[in-house]
Write a protein that binds this ligand. Structure first.
Ligand SMILES: O=C(O)[C@@H](CO)OP(=O)(O)O
Ligand SMILES: [Mg+2]
Length: 401
């Protein structure tokens, strides 16, 4: 019933106006699924390779489609993803492109769910999972690689940890976003938005901390539940090997100073989440920081782990971090992403499912987060490509998908 009968690939736009890959998967009994690849800006050194969209499409047409059509069942995700690996023949999807791979992988999952007549999260998670809803981390103020002339830290993320529902949490993050706009206006600080819709004012990181703290407190009072905040430092982008340290507008911090700085901010602002506080090659520094603050906050590896089980295993052995960011396009298939989540869960690490800075209206990650009972999802606060996922979470919670 779910035998794949056609795979169609095309070039479509992402939220930055770049070309990305869209895949349609059709099955014998009329099942249909469509997936679109996102794209990063602050990409990790060890991520699977995204090819130019036209090249990824041409290569996947030649090598992957013949291995799928008439050969593989869309309902069997492991077979679909194994066929994509076999077609690619490399360790990093540089053959067919991780963008073609992830678009096909997600489209096949949706076609499998369509044939079953089940929501995607239930197809992916099974009937015994998907009873927890993730807390959305909303990107409110940002800079780094996502906006010029703004903060050095890439993302200041609202975390409505006390919200009674996904719906309340999503609206709280949007309210924090609006509150920050008002605070910036009061301080005569004009601000455009970065790639993910976060405000990108020309302020110091210290001022951004103060503004976030004020905004989450105000909105928490209005909504009547706790709202904390966290960071994606994107440390690999700040680290400069020639300087042997982390380069900020106001000077360079050694690795030891960077660890102190982040630990102090965790204490001062009760941060609940700190992603990539250190360089992607420095497991040892991650382990030192995790020793210091790992019982108070999530220390999450994004560029450090790149959703890769081998890198995660190395981190677990080293005691580096206590959580992993999960981005399906970083590793190329849903199977690889779920394998990383399973290893994390077995090892006491939390999984945080995430969007990319270049996104589309695809909603797969909302379903993946629910399917795997992930405690957090990072998918922005405002902007159509972000609200596509947030609104889908509201629908999932309302049993409306
Ligand atoms: O660093 C990150 O976590 C992501 C998403 O916020 O950014 P990018 O997609 O540019 O890697
Ligand atoms: Mg990151």
């Amino acid at each position: 019933m779910t035998l794949i009968t056609d795979v169609r690939l095309r070039r479509v736009l992402d939220s930055r106006g770049n070309a990305t890959v869209e895949a349609d998967v059709l099955t014998e009994s009329g099942g249909f699924g469509r997936g679109k690849a996102p794209s990063g800006a602050s990409t990790g050194e060890y991520e699977a390779i995204e090819l130019p969209a036209t090249e990824a499409i041409a290569n996947a047409r030649e090598d992957a489609i013949p291995r799928l059509v008439g050969e593989v069942h869309a309902g069997n995700q492991r077979d679909v993803d194994a066929a994509l690996h076999a077609a690619d023949g490399t360790d990093d999807f540089s053959g067919i492109g991780a963008n073609s791979a992830v678009a096909i992988s997600m489209a096949a999952a949706k076609a499998g769910a369509d044939v079953l007549g089940a929501p995607l999260y239930q197809h992916l998670g099974g009937t015994f999972r998907g009873n927890e809803y993730p807390t959305p981390l909303g990107n409110i103020i940002g800079g780094g690689e996502h906006a010029a002339d703004a903060t050095n830290i890439q993302e200041f993320l609202a975390a409505p940890v006390g919200a009674p529902s996904v719906e309340e949490a999503v609206f709280a993050n949007a309210a924090v976003h609006q509150e920050v706009h008002d605070i910036l206006a009061d301080r005569d600080l004009p601000a455009g938005k970065g790639d993910e819709g976060a405000w990108a004012p020309s302020v110091s990181d210290d001022e951004a901390f103060e503004i976030m703290d004020e905004a989450v407190e105000t909105v928490a009072d209005d909504f009547g539940f706790a709202i904390a905040f966290g960071l994606d430092v994107a440390g690999a982008e700040l680290y400069d090997a020639d300087e042997d340290g982390y380069v900020y507008d106001d000077g360079v911090k050694s690795t030891a100073e960077q660890i102190d700085y982040i630990a102090e901010k965790v204490e001062e602002y009760d941060l609940v989440y700190v992603e990539d506080p250190l360089d992607e090659n420095d497991y040892e520094a991650f382990a030192d920081l995790t020793d210091r603050v790992g019982d108070q906050t999530l220390v999450c590896g994004d560029d450090l782990f790149v959703t890769n089980v081998e890198r995660l295993q190395a981190g677990i052995s080293a005691g580096a971090g206590n959580s992993i960011l999960i981005k399906p396009n970083q590793i190329g298939t849903l199977t690889d992403a779920v394998d990383a989540i399973e290893l994390a869960t077995e090892s006491g690490y939390e999984s945080v499912v995430s969007h990319r800075s270049g996104e589309t209206e695809d909603t797969t990650i909302a379903h993946l987060a629910v399917a795997t009972d992930a405690p957090f999802i990072k998918t922005g606060a405002v902007g159509g490509e972000r609200t596509a996922k947030l609104n889908e979470l509201i629908r999932i919670e309302d049993n409306a998908v």
